[in-house]
Design a protein around this ligand. Structure first.
Ligand code: KIV
Ligand code: ZN
Length: 513
């Protein structure tokens, strides 16, 4: 059996299902292009029947991506499959991914169907998908809580009907490595046709075991792993792509398997996904967290300086983390700035470069040292997020021990400038109140967090917020050397995401029916 493990990335589908993570078409394409650069084998671009927006972004991605298979998700029914095919048919290598639940609990309460009825549906839908393409993946949703003999029957029917990849999802993140290993062994022993297909797993992280379960599955002969950048996904998320890939690479002595991932593109991809979704990576996240390669204790610092591998099992540069060195300053010119952007892999048009250069100079006036992270924050904020309806035009805010906090701001709303003044409990509250007044909205602020992009007294603040309105949740991020301005930008970013979300409501939920 080959030791090559296919990486199936579902950041744009399962990752996008995480609350507040929705991306627009342009943002999804940016992520897809970055995933292609990363070297994933399959990009699950979305769930085309879910909404017009999902359909369009899957279609766009299918047309632009050349080096990966592009999958569209569909429930096991003719209408979903036709819609998925319509979206992906122009891809160089399209894949239909169809699924239905196989556990008793899903059959009884969700599907309200008998086992025989489900087997019938699997046969019909896989046969229908196979009329379009031989690249058909079938998933048994909630496989790890299914009756194993029924699971094997479902897999058999799917293979006989034309499925070429069989996926075993741990949909609710319930299994543990020892049990998962037995489930896969059972399937392999009891399903005659199993050697004719690629076996895949899709693990959720509800018990924090998604990566461990995925690695166990590889040892049992699974050769496709479904995962997401930064471990995004429903509830506690999916298995994290970067953790699986680096576990295979760093411990190749115990995990003698290969992937096609260019690990140096892991960090840029993680940054991009965090930027477009507004979901900050926790500092202690393995591989891509801000502290993953930081050594605080003196004894550790001393050890690393003497011999790096005393406390480091991999090099930051292996996953594409730039060293935190001073890159540029006030006196740096266009040329040096362009070189630095090239190092990061940013290829800006001349017009965008000029905008970025002006912003960079403004930052140099505010900050003595401009670090790599500052430049990334600047580029992300200026160009990565897109489709803004609300833009901050100007902001002034006053507050103090004996002063009533007041914010005055002008907001550009769909091209119209609106000026407002509002006071609140404190400066941030005044800013948020004035933005709400200008935009005539009243979302609830659910969470507010500030972090610093780099160290030092003049560090840029990075603010993340979560807002809610009418059952919609949206996140926003903003950075600036001024924490009040960063807060305003984050709140406006969240409002843009909220408006985007309301304009693209999901017609059906991917987990529905
Ligand atoms: O978690 C799950 O079961 C899924 C399937 C649609 C593969 O996301
Ligand atoms: Zn899932």
């Amino acid at each position: 059996m080959s030791n090559f493990v296919k990486i199936f990335d579902t950041t744009l589908r399962d990752g996008e299902q995480a609350p507040g993570c929705s991306m627009n078409e342009e943002e999804k394409l940016k992520v897809a292009l970055q995933l292609e650069k990363l070297g994933v084998d399959v990009i699950e671009a979305g769930f085309p029947i879910a909404s017009e927006g999902d359909f369009n972004s899957v279609k766009l991605i299918a047309e632009k991506i050349k080096d990966c298979e592009v999958a569209g998700l569909s429930r096991a029914n003719i209408k979903d499959i036709d819609r998925a095919w319509e979206a992906i048919k122009n891809a160089k290598n399209p894949r239909i991914h169809t699924f239905i639940a196989t556990s008793d609990i899903h059959l009884k309460y969700k599907l309200k169907k008998t086992k025989d009825e489900v087997l019938e549906i699997i046969g019909q839908s896989v046969r229908h998908a196979a009329k379009y393409t031989s690249n058909v993946e079938f998933s048994c949703e909630d496989a790890t809580r299914s009756d194993l003999d029924f699971l094997c029957s479902a897999i058999s029917v799917a293979i006989q009907s034309g499925a070429t990849t069989i996926n075993i999802p741990d949909t609710v993140g319930y299994t543990v490595p020892s049990e998962f290993s037995k489930i896969i062994k059972y399937i392999k022993n009891k399903t005659e046709e199993i050697d004719s297909v690629i076996l895949s797993v899709h693990c959720h992280n509800d018990l924090g075991l998604a990566v461990a379960n995925s690695l166990t599955a590889i040892h049992e002969g699974v050769r496709q792993i479904e995962c997401t950048i930064n471990g995004l996904g429903e509830r506690a998320g999916n298995a994290s792509l970067e953790e699986i890939v680096m576990a295979l690479k760093v411990r190749n002595d115990l995990n003698p398997y290969l992937t096609g991932i260019n690990t140096k593109n892991i960090y840029p991809c993680s940054k991009l996904v965090s930027s477009v979704t507004g979901v900050t990576v926790q500092p202690n996240k393995a591989i891509v967290g801000a502290n993953a390669f930081a050594h605080e204790a003196g004894i550790h610092q001393d050890g690393v300086l003497k011999q790096r591998n005393t406390y480091e099992i991999m090099e930051a540069s292996e996953v594409g983390i730039p060293s935190n060195h001073i890159v540029l300053g006030k006196h740096s010119g266009r040329h040096a700035f362009k070189d630095r952007l090239n190092d990061f892999g940013y290829k800006l048009s001349d017009a965008k470069f000029e905008i970025a250069f002006v912003k960079f100079k403004e930052l140099c006036d505010k900050k003595k040292y401009v670090f790599d992270e500052d430049i990334e924050a600047l580029i992300n904020e200026e160009f990565v997020r897109s489709g803004d309806f609300y833009k901050l035009n100007s902001l002034a805010c006053s507050s103090g021990t004996d002063e009533k906090p007041v914010a005055k701001l002008t907001l550009n709303i769909d091209g119209q400038i609106i000026a407002v003044e509002e006071s609140g409990e404190g400066p941030i509250d005044s800013v948020f109140q004035s933005i709400c007044k200008a935009a005539a909205v009243s979302p609830k602020l659910d969470s507010y967090n500030v972090a610093s992009v780099t160290g030092g007294m003049d560090a840029q603040a990075e603010v993340s917020v979560i807002i809610k309105e009418d059952n919609h949740t949206a996140r926003g991020k903003g950075s600036s050397t001024d924490v009040i301005v960063a807060s305003a930008k984050a709140f406006i970013n969240a409002l843009n995401n909220l408006r985007w979300r309301k304009m693209h409501p999901k017609i059906v939920s991917p987990k529905g029916i």
